[in-house]
Design a protein. Structure first.
Length: 161
């Protein structure tokens, strides 16, 4: 079996080389209407997964999803990252101060979510879960901040070919 040539693929696999086929997608995600739709979808998925787990719904499916993501701690890390992405998508930060507000909002949501588990019979509070959520939020905030600074370089400096 011969390997397939890479020239026909819309996304080239190398550092920072993205073809022009991805530009409309990047524009749609940066468009405010699409940002809000994407934020609602992410929030619904994260909230639905947390609620389903709290209520014991789809117990086997939720366990399969959690283990597929890498385990309980990785899912908490991704939850923290997802909350920051939702907060970023519903705002338009232009300076470092809004990123601090985004991080503080995400941290408040994470703390409330983890401490609410004390009152649920099917869940339990764990400091390590909270730590992983905070780590995910902090790392994602730094990543989103760097993207806001260098994002125009990625969008404008698209290398073709």
């Amino acid at each position: 079996m011969r390997p397939m040539p890479m020239s026909g693929y819309p996304i080239k696999i190398c550092c920072f080389c993205i073809s022009k086929d991805v530009r409309p997608l990047i524009y749609k995600i940066t468009n405010p209407d699409w940002r809000l739709v994407l934020a609602v979808i992410i929030a619904a998925v994260l909230g639905g997964a947390s609620l389903a787990r709290s209520l014991g719904l789809f117990r086997h499916d939720m366990y399969w999803l959690q283990e597929g993501l890498g385990g309980d701690k990785v899912s908490h890390l991704l939850m923290g990252a997802g909350i920051v992405v939702v907060c970023y998508l519903v705002t338009t930060p232009r300076s470092p101060l809004p990123f601090i507000k985004i991080l503080l909002t995400a941290l408040c949501i994470l703390v409330l979510e983890e401490f609410s588990q004390i009152f649920l019979a099917t869940r339990h509070f764990d400091w390590l879960d909270l730590t992983m959520g905070v780590l995910g939020a902090v790392l994602t905030t730094v990543g989103v901040y760097l993207y806001s600074i260098f994002g125009s370089w990625f969008r404008g400096g698209v290398v073709d070919g």
